[in-house]
Every structure is written in structure tokens, then in C-alpha cells.
Design a protein around this ligand. Sequence first.
Ligand SMILES: [Zn+2]
Ligand SMILES: [Zn+2]
Length: 260
Amino acid sequence: MIVITSVFGNIMPTEKKTDCCIDNCPGVLEEPSLVCIICGASVHPACFKSSVRKLAEYPTSCHDEVFCSSNCCTWYGKEGFDREAVKKEREELNTLLKKQLVALAASAQVRVTHRIDNKSRQMSKPMMIRRLIGAKFGEVEQQSASNKPSAKTIHDKFRLLNCLFSDEVGALAATADDVSRADMDTGAVGGNSTYWKLVEQRFNEGFPDNSVDGPVFADKIHFMHPSIQNHHETVNPAMHGTFTSEELRKMWKEIQKDYD
Ligand SMILES: [Zn+2]
Ligand SMILES: [Zn+2]
């Protein structure tokens, strides 16, 4: 059997913005006219070019094949990967209502919200479907999502300084046997150390009521750093994203590098 697939870039401008299946699709004034060759997800040509084509996971063995995600890139050419099963799953999920997808996601512990302008928003239906498929057919995407640094803001940097130089976290750095001050300064301590795990918790959840620093300590500006103190934007450390200990450790290294 000979299968001839051709994709014509026949894009008519339309008045309506559409979402495609690609992560963080901003909504584009064109039809998602491309199709992921792995799972059949619809993809905007613009989103494909600006995001998926640039992924580290994009297979080096192909040039213009269309994928919708790092997942599908990774699945390309993978032995034993059941392409038909993925397509079938997608067709079935497509018949569900959004609220049914949300319920399904909750039971599968799949996150279907994302942050836009520092607000938590529910994802579009195509994105939810893609995540559900990702969760069902592999952990690849979640892993790469956790490797991908979240967008860091100036507020996050100030919040991190608060946490690092709080009495509580500072005391842990001073007493922990395996954390020398020098290690901390160079960021040579693994993100999984007790120290960075505490930083992660305080950064994401704030300081507890009974902590020495007080419950709102992370939310106010207490410390400056030469690399960021000249920033003109009004800084509000209470406005923060969620980061892993490893990401916070990297952020601290970057703050220091900015200063060098
Ligand atoms: Zn798009
Ligand atoms: Zn796909």
C-alpha cells in the first residue's frame, strides 16, 4: 500500500482565534491545519515552527514531520510504540465533554490547569486531551516538563532571596554538616539536599505561623542583591510561581551569575 501524505500550507485568515494542541498555544488567527503524525492532534503551523520544531526532543532523523509535543517527538521511531492505540484513545477522548475530561484528569492525577499572567487557568480541551494521552502512554512529557524551567520573574528572585536569607533557612545552612557555606555559594549542593528541600517548601508554601521569621516573611522585600536591586518594576515577592528545589537552586546560581 502506498500512502501519500501531503500537507498544503493553505491557510485562510479567519476572524476567529483557534487553539491548537501545543502547550501554551496563545490562540492564533489561523486554522490548526497541521496534524501530529503520531497522535493526530491538530497543530498550528506557527506553533509548530516556534515551539515543537525547536524542542530538544525533535527527532534529528526528520525535518518537517509534524509533532504536537515532546511526547510525540520521543515516541517517533520508538520500538513497540502503538501509534494506533494512541489515535484511538484520542478519538475517544474527543467525544467527551470538557467536564468529563476534567473528572478523568483528576482521577488520573493529570494537571489540567496552567498559569497565564500569574493566574491559574483551565487548559483548552485539546491540551487536556494531549496531557491525558501523555499520562496514559508514557511519563516522558512530565519528565521533560519538570526539566523545563518555569518562567522566572523578578518577584520570584526576590522571594528566593527572602527564603535563602531567612533566619530559619540560614540556620539550617549553618548547622547542616554536609552543607558548607562555600558549597551553598557555588550552588554545588544538590537540589535534593535537606537545605534545598526546605527552601522549596518555604518558597512555594510560605513560612509557617510559628516560624522564627513569621508567616508573611517570604512575601515582603527584606534583602537586596546587587544584580536585581536596580530593577524598576515594582517588586512583589508574594507574586510567585511554583518551582522545584532544583529549579530554585538554578535560579540562585543565575542570580549570582548575573552579578559576575
Ligand atoms: Zn497553536
Ligand atoms: Zn502528538
